[in-house]
Design a binder for this molecule. Sequence first.
Ligand code: CA
Length: 223
Amino acid sequence: MRILLIEDDDRIREDVCRALEAAGYIVDSEASGEEGWFLGDTEVYGAVVLDLGLPDMDGLTILKKWRREGRDMPVLVLTARGSWSERVEGIDAGADDYLPKPFHIEELLARLRAIVRRTNGQADPTVTVGDAQLDTRQMRLSIKGVPVALSPQEYRLVSFLMLNKGRVVPQQELAEHLQSVHFERESNAVEVLVGRVRRKLSTKLIQTRRGFGYIVEDQAEDI
Ligand code: CA
């Protein structure tokens, strides 16, 4: 899953970026509010971590603009310690959750996982489709209870499809979630990745809807 991080404090931005990448996310990070707003407006993200106090365009303005323009990705807002008015304003502006500074990185990761799950209609940290079970806390996929060894990129693919189970995900959308904005996008990268994951799984978890994209869904009984 691709995350946008907007934070002007270099130390916090670098620490959060590193932790998000270690947790398996693809991260685009920005120190400038203006640049960050533009990325959120033009690219597809699974979630955004947004600092409110930014020098050029402040976080509340960014969030209001996105929501007004119909950008509905989940947003976790970072607020100044003890500032209840910032929290209220943030939530009114369309934030999905907030985290006061200073925070423990583990709490940020947990809140991020929670808003992503809620956005995808999943209250439970595990997602089950047929024989396959995804544990979003341990970032592990099991088939019939047996863990499957996946690379971070392979895990991102499977977890994105499973969190969106029952929906056909266009190839373009998958590509946007799997790659950072700074990487070149190879046209067949998603197909290659899907092929590799399929060979690792003993089930037909990922199905192709030719011309539309990929889908993971609960199987109807064989007739
Ligand atoms: Ca700041």
